[in-house]
Design a protein around this ligand. Structure first.
Ligand code: HEC
Length: 120
């Protein structure tokens, strides 16, 4: 009888302690997307195909994104996302971005200087 009461008391204490435990903080392995570091990280996801900072390698069949007029990239991405611009991969890729992320990417690439050695 005493043992059962003791066990019940321990259970109550243990449950109370578990209930009071604060939830763990969100993982901090990536910068939020709309910070400067976050936008650089989003732009880096384009680099394997469009080149670092949007400068496609000379001779690449994939277009450069650097120094495009403002609105150009966000506009194309929105068309891809809606399935209104034909594509092999960009319709899928564009679905991963919200409007504000596309606008931030657009501004990031528009700020990049054009290079003489890269396709336009
Ligand atoms: C896996 C390779 C790949 C990645 C990664 C990629 N793209 Fe593309 N992108 C392409 C290809 C290929 C095309 C040509 C359309 C097609 O076939 O999908 C293209 C076309 C585009 C165009 C249209 C260019 C034009 O002149 O019409 C834009 C804008 C664009 N991509 C933006 C981006 C952005 C922004 C990212 C990163 C968020 C990105 N792409 C990531 C391969 C890629």
């Amino acid at each position: 009888m005493l043992a059962r009461a003791t066990a019940a008391a321990w259970l109550a204490v243990a449950c109370g302690a578990a209930a009071q435990q604060a939830s763990p903080p969100a993982p901090a392995f990536a910068a939020p997307n709309l910070t400067p570091a976050g936008v650089r990280a989003l732009a880096a996801s384009c680099a394997p195909c469009h080149g670092t900072d949007g400068h496609a390698e000379p001779g690449s069949t994939v277009a450069s994104l650097a120094a495009r007029p403002p609105g150009d990239i966000a506009g194309s991405m929105a068309l891809y996302r809606e399935g209104r611009k034909p594509a092999t991969v960009m319709q899928q890729i564009s679905k991963g971005f919200r409007d504000d992320e596309l606008e931030a990417l657009d501004a990031y690439f528009a700020r990049q200087k054009q290079r003489g050695d890269a396709p336009k």
